[in-house]
Unconditional design. Structure first.
Length: 467
């Protein structure tokens, strides 16, 4: 499972009154005394305050102005609890000190697409990785390209500013390896290479323009943990801003469990349509049912050229194929389906939606006005004019291959890059991405809890006390 250590909240912790009067409670009391002794180690001798000189008092006053780290476990949390007038809960689970994660060699992946600029920084963690920093901003780099064929100055300015933020984040980390890619907008723009040179000069980043095949492979690698290995096949799609990648995974081989997902690709294609260019052609603000059907028909015409389309249709007809979508379109549909007051990745990534649910959510968005879409917390103003274009692309896929269920992935190219880099270095255990959070094994959960808890010595001691 990919773990996102950011501003997430810890779970509800038990109160001290819930602890047993013997056994674990005694251990907790001893820990409290040790923490208090460490906290009072600099208090002086026998409670007698030493006399400080004027210079020492000045230094002490300056020192008191320095804020204590908020994530340091132990004394700082106790002091913070005292200041708030609340008893410190020693039973609460504590996250690892952020400084330890920052010091570890990290890997970075940047994806500059037609609509978004995304960065992910992570460190290896067992069979997967732990995200230590992330950045995402809608830049609309491909805005207006469908008419001019060039990147506009305004769009390039927005992208460069976002890339400067990414560069600052990378400078503050111990980055071992990284890969920075640009996709469809830079691939087809007449001034794509000029933009790459400008990014190199102003942001100090060397972007790599990848081809469509590489983009499709990275999307598969990033979504691999969410594939249902009991199915006969999977249709993985990534609806982007300027293009949409479509991959057919054939899983009928009984030896699939021992084979990497990327080696199960039977065929793939890249459609030259995305949410930005199709909304510019048909309109994205006021989308009527006829306009929506026009978008669907345009995409349906492109799907006729999909390699082995009839063979895929025959497999879908048996009912053993599911869809796996990685894009802002499917995550938005999932958020609206769940009725979230604000978008929550932990609730969206990995969930299943039936074909009926997808259709009803698409119809619900189609019935909304532009203002209503803008006011929805899972859509927002920046996506309100693009979401129905993405729904039209998805609807075309569903009409061509009507699968009974679809899985939602809030992951994609960046995760695929990180998996590939870490697998090349051999830093992931097992050499294959871990399962998703919804289906992870008890062994993975125990391993993660142990990593947070402490060293092997602490684990052995806890086991002996329990026995």
């Amino acid at each position: 499972m990919t773990n996102y250590d950011g501003d997430g909240q810890t779970g509800k912790t038990p109160s001290p009154q819930d602890a047993s009067p013997t056994g674990p409670a005694d251990k907790k009391k001893r820990r409290r005394r040790r923490r208090r002794r460490r906290g009072n180690s600099n208090a002086g001798v026998a409670g007698v305050a030493p006399v400080a000189t004027d210079q020492q008092q000045s230094n002490q006053a300056n020192t008191q102005k320095v804020a204590q780290p908020a994530n340091v476990p132990g004394k700082s949390n106790v002091n913070k609890a005292k200041q708030n007038g609340k008893p410190h809960n020693y039973n609460a689970k504590k996250k690892p000190y952020a400084g330890k994660l920052r010091a570890r060699p990290a890997y970075a992946a940047l994806d500059l697409g037609t609509n978004n600029c995304r960065l992910l920084v992570a460190v290896p963690d067992g069979t997967s990785f732990r995200v230590v920093d992330a950045f995402s901003r809608i830049v609309r780099l491909g805005e207006g390209m469908s008419n001019s064929g060039r990147l506009s100055n305004e769009a390039m300015d927005r992208a460069v500013e976002a890339l400067k933020v990414c560069a600052q984040k990378l400078k503050g980390r111990n980055i071992k390896r990284f890969r920075l890619i640009a996709t469809e907008a830079c691939r087809i723009a007449e001034n794509g290479e000029e933009f790459i040179a400008r990014v190199r000069e102003e942001a100090g980043l060397e972007l790599e323009i990848v081809n469509r095949e590489t983009e499709a492979r990275l999307a598969v690698a990033g979504c691999a943990p969410l594939v249902d290995r009991q199915s006969d096949g999977v249709i993985i799609f990534d609806i982007g801003g300027g293009s949409s990648e479509l991959v057919w995974l054939d899983l009928k081989d009984s030896n699939f469990a021992k084979t990497r997902i990327a080696r199960r690709i039977r065929t793939w294609t890249s459609l030259p349509v995305g949410v930005v260019n199709i909304s510019e052609r048909h309109g994205g603000v006021h989308v009527t049912p006829p306009v929506f059907e026009g978008m669907v028909e345009e995409v349906m015409g492109l799907l006729d050229d999909f390699p082995e389309a009839e063979a895929l249709s025959a497999m879908v007809a048996k009912g053993e194929v599911h869809m796996l979508g990685t894009s802002g379109t499917v995550t938005t549909l999932a958020g609206v389906h769940l009725g979230l007051d604000f978008y929550d990745r932990s609730k969206v990534d990995g969930i299943w939606m039936s074909s009926k649910d997808v259709g009803s959510m698409t119809q619900k968005l189609l019935e909304m006005s532009f203002e209503e879409r803008s006011g929805n917390a899972c859509i927002g103003k920046e996506r309100a004019d693009l979401v129905l274009a993405g729904c039209a692309i998805l609807e075309a896929l569903r009409r061509k291959w009507p699968c009974n269920r679809m899985r939602v992935a809030d992951r994609g190219l960046r995760e695929g890059i990180l998996y590939e880099l870490m697998n090349e270095d051999g830093v992931l255990k097992g050499g294959r991405p871990a399962a998703s959070g919804a289906v992870q094994s008890n062994r993975q959960k125990k391993r993660r809890r142990y990593w947070r808890r402490g060293s092997n010595k602490t684990k052995t001691q806890n086991q002996s006390d329990a026995s």
